[in-house]
Design a protein around this ligand. Sequence first.
Ligand code: NAP
Length: 676
Amino acid sequence: MIAVESYVQGGWHRPDTGASILHAVTGDELATISSSGIDMAAAVAYGREVGGPALRDMTFHDRAAMLRNLGKLLLSNTDHLYELSTATGATRSDSWIDIEGGAGVLMTYASKGRRELPNAKVFIDGDTEGLSRDGSFLGVHIATPRRGVAVHINAFNFPCWGMLEKLAPTLLAGMPAIVKPASQTAFLTEVMVRDIIESGLLPEGSLQLISGSAGDLLSHLDGQDAVAFTGSADTARKLKAHPTIVDHSVRFNAEADSLNAAILGEAAGPGTAEFALFADEVVKEMTTKAGQKCTSIRRVIVPQEVAGAVEEAIAERLRSVRAGDPADKSTGMGPLASIAQRDEVKRAVAALSEVGEPVIDLCEFHDVDAERGAFMAPTLMRATDPRARAVHSVEAFGPVATVIGYEGTADAVELAALGEGSLVASVFTPDGDEAAALTLGIAAHHGRVHVVDERCGRSSTGHGSPLPQLVHGGPGRAGGGEELGGIRSVMHYMQRTAVQGSPDMLTAITGKWIEGSRRNDHGHPFKLHFEDLQIGDAVETPSRVITIEDIERFADLTGDYFYAHMDEEAAKASPIFDGRVAHGYFVVAAAAGLFVWPDPGPVLANYGLDNLRFATPTYPGAELKVYLTCKEKSLRSGAGYGEVRWDTQVVNQDDDVVAAYDVLTMVACRDTGPDT
Ligand code: NAP
């Protein structure tokens, strides 16, 4: 018998007694769970006072490296998790989504953090805003980690993934977490948390675990804390209205249940590839995790005239699903997580039966006592009234879906909207116009729309898989929240602050050179190693006159004979130019000729340009010079170099900006780079 423990204030808390958790397959008592005796106020204080400062002391890149190491650790040590996971009813492939899929989220955030966030402690959100005529007063938005704890309350269906998908953006943001998994499957979460804690990869206090009831945890939160909830709409409603959440404006995100739809387009009739893909996907969604996914397809919305053919295709596939013991590798569908959960699903099916009739609701279970375990046959219903309220509102959180007929695209869109907000809908059609009409028609009611045609049928990641790169969440019934979506969710755990001041002050605060700030002359900055280079180090180059011969030679060299460079009359006749102009690319190339330091030195390579704009035409006779300023530095730890972004302004003899852009370079560190 397992006593599920909690990890709080740096130690494991083992309850003497607790509520029973039954094995999903055998129905035997497996574990006990209780959070009694835990001082929730102290856990919150510990997260704030121990975990928070340690995380905030790290840069985004430090935290990304930590996530990467954690992901690698979890991926290298999974056997015990897979074995235990069968007790939740999960088959091998269900567990893969939960365990390795969860570790994969850490890896994705690690890589996004390294590529999309600076190696700094502050994130600059968007562009600088000019607030005065002379450029002496500006505004910028920054994001810094919230100074509280993130409380994660998770649903029972993904005990590992559910924790990790919230943990990755929280830790990357620099906020400590208190994880409260659903009691039914917390025994698996506990084992993974133990692996994480024992690895020593996370700073102490950055992860705590409450197994069992949340008790008075929420009462100790304040405006610096955040709650991310996943579970039923009923619980979400209750927690959102908690007096502490309301009184202190605690940031609250809800991922609740929803009746997700799959819509078969009229162009995807029987015999098309999309029709077969549709039937496959519905069956996959009904049977993966025995349909216990918040994203599972519940409503199968199909043209009325092919409803019979769709039912037949789905039923035929369901008949070949092997249901039984999840520990057997040939099993395609295991039991639900608990008998209580099965009872709840059966109640939901009874409600759906009042507005529909079963197409198929029988199956053979292999090598198990289906009554003692939480087994349930996949159940496909047919709605007798497509607009009946229950069809669009009763979530049977199991292997259950309902076929609903529609008459024309507008009707399909209306039917999808009757779900009052869902996490995801799929659209299957080979016709682009139909895909556009359906997608744009339903998008406002959905957090994600998954469009499938023959081309992506096999490469699609599937209707039911939330991806770390894309937002997960939906409006209305789905909770109105948003998770994942790459760096978007990191921002949920940070505070966005508008900061106003002079360019020099904003540069000092953000660590990034803001236009209008002082430029420093310490000699040519290309001669400085990464550590010696300061933000604001700059060079003002000598000037160069652009001649008609330059333009013609550049045209010959590149083959770019665009009229504006070669034909005086045509150029004059255009609404843009007063005569022949230099190629913009020549201006950029000539600028490089002015600012590069030719000898081998710390600048190893130029790997791109960002935000290139040609602001003023360059006519023959123009005299150009360049201001090149070190704008942003980001050390690539362990690589021997850092990335340096240079603000580049090419100006003419009247000081008009001709071209503006950022040059991106790799600059060697002192001990590894070549000597200057
Ligand atoms: P649930 O009963 O709402 O429970 C969700 C979580 O809330 C559990 O950890 C539960 O803890 C906790 N909880 C319940 N009452 C609480 C309270 N008063 N204070 C603090 N925490 C409380 O949902 P579930 O049965 O675990 O999950 C199934 C539902 O979740 C389905 O409806 C499904 O659609 C939805 N879901 C949604 C998503 C999504 O991303 N949108 C993902 C998965 C599941 P205990 O277990 O200890 O009671």
